[in-house]
Design a binder for this molecule. Structure first.
Ligand code: GCO
Length: 455
């Protein structure tokens, strides 16, 4: 503890400090060594889909630089690293034959992490569906629940005893809203009818993987949701109704069925004739109990009634009194505390982990005297860590914090135009330079949070 710290912000023993990434965003070489294409290979190579025509062909070249990146993590005092596996690297066709070289990449990564005493947190799916499965309907095909459980089994067995914390699916809402409703993300569809079906199959796949894990796996398993809390724009009843619709469509669509409550009533209102009823056995599968839940958290929204806004008839109003990140997201840390308390209540006190939290800002293009100053990200980081700690003070069982992201990387259809890293990546030379936020985070970790008292 530093001289003037009171210990107020010391985190509970066992709290895990780390950083997160996702396969397609950092690995590059997505077709190397026998890997199959994913929907993101296809999407990023479709003209007009990506800002500046960027692709993940090289990205951070982590596929070749994983050892250097583990050294970097050790230098930043990280205790855990949350990564995702590329399904089509391991099973090129999505089903059937395994590609040993693809599996070997993750094998080396996991061993390398363990050698440094860094705990591997493995996510099965961070959006890069094998293209061969998309050809069979992708998330629209109900068989995907079995395909996903079979894929999960390969990893559960391979990494038994080495990976102890598993996440099934990263952000069902983004998969469905971005991929099937609004089309800004792969596979780029635009249909409310499809969105209902895809969302349901994502949840069923999660449930099937959890059941398979209980048979063949070892450790803790959960899902990762992005929750963006909705605050009232006014006390007018129509704004409150708009707030509820927005909350149902983004947050409770996935959280409620996972907790055995089925879909929220407002979802029928939002999707109208595209809404579907599904059999009870599906909901039983979806609500298969898990050991923990991940929260990806970035911002809040303040929606107002907007009859012309499809499909929620609500539109966020910009909060002019607060800073906004380069992705246009309001900076409002107290809402992180509120979200954690709300999730704690909504999940019957399930252990929670912040699996992503971070911000994009205009960073200096290169290091000056070996430093990358990123004061806005420094501020964001420390204030959100304090907000997370406040939630623990309110009784939330919060087990860890994973900064998004370890590295600047491919921000999906925004390409390399947005930088979220606590480490700067020069995409020409692939040189990594920890930013001020990364260096500060290393010190916060060393003090187990106590340094926050002085910040
Ligand atoms: C998500 C994804 C990440 C993003 C990050 C910043 O939350 O959307 O998990 O892959 O890059 O959130 O937008």
């Amino acid at each position: 503890m530093t001289a003037d710290s009171t210990g107020k912000y010391r985190f509970p023993d066992g709290f895990l400090w780390g950083a997160a990434t996702a396969a397609y965003q950092i690995e590059g070489s997505s077709m190397a060594d026998g890997a199959g294409a994913s929907i993101w290979d296809r999407f990023s190579h479709t003209p007009g889909k990506m800002v500046n025509g960027d692709t993940g062909d090289v990205a951070c070249d982590h596929y070749n630089r994983w050892q250097e990146d583990i050294d970097l993590m050790a230098r930043l005092n990280l205790q855990a690293y949350r990564f995702s596996v590329s399904w089509s690297r391991v099973i090129p066709e999505g089903r059937g034959a395994i590609n040993p070289k693809g599996l070997d990449f993750y094998d080396k990564l996991v061993d390398g992490l363990l050698e440094e005493g860094i705990e591997p947190l493995c996510t099965l799916y961070h959006w890069d569906l094998p293209a061969a499965l998309d050809d069979r309907g992708g998330w629209l095909n109900p068989d995907i629940a079995d395909w996903f459980a079979d894929y999960g089994q390969v990893l559960f067995e391979k990494f038994k005893g080495r990976v102890k914390t598993w996440g099934t699916i990263n952000e069902p809402w983004v998969i469905v809203d971005g991929g099937y409703l609004h089309g800004a993300l792969a596979p780029g569809h635009n249909s409310a009818f499809e969105a209902m079906i895809a969302g349901h199959n994502v949840l069923r796949a999660h449930g099937a993987a959890v059941r398979r894990f209980r048979k063949v796996g070892e450790g803790q398993i959960g899902i990762v949701l992005n929750i963006e809390p909705k605050y009232p724009a006014s006390d007018r009843p129509e704004d409150e109704a708009a707030r509820r619709r927005a909350d149902a469509q983004m947050n409770r669509w996935f959280l409620d069925p996972l907790m055995g409550r089925g879909y929220p009533a407002e979802l029928r209102e939002v999707y109208g004739e595209a809404y579907q009823d599904f059999p009870q056995e599906d909901f039983d599968l979806i609500a298969t109990p898990t050991d923990w839940m991940g929260l990806n958290w970035y911002t809040r929204a303040v929606p107002e009634n907007a009859p012309d806004a499809w499909p929620t008839r609500s539109r966020p109003v910009k909060q002019t009194q607060h800073a906004h990140t380069e992705t246009g997201w309001e900076v409002y840390p107290p809402a992180l505390t509120d979200t954690l308390v709300w999730m704690h209540e909504q999940t019957n006190s399930l252990p929670l982990m912040i699996t992503e939290n971070g911000s994009a800002w205009y960073d200096p293009p290169h290091a000056i005297d070996g430093r990358i100053h990123d004061p806005m990200r420094v501020d964001y980081l420390k204030n959100h860590l304090k907000a997370a700690h406040d939630a623990i003070g309110k009784g939330v069982d919060l087990r860890g914090y994973m900064a998004w992201s370890l590295l600047d990387n491919l921000e999906w259809s925004l390409g390399f135009s947005k930088r979220f890293g606590i480490v700067h990546v020069n995409y020409v030379t692939q040189e990594r330079t920890p930013k001020d936020s990364g260096l500060l985070y290393a010190e916060i970790i060393k003090s187990h949070g106590a340094l926050l008292d002085t910040l």
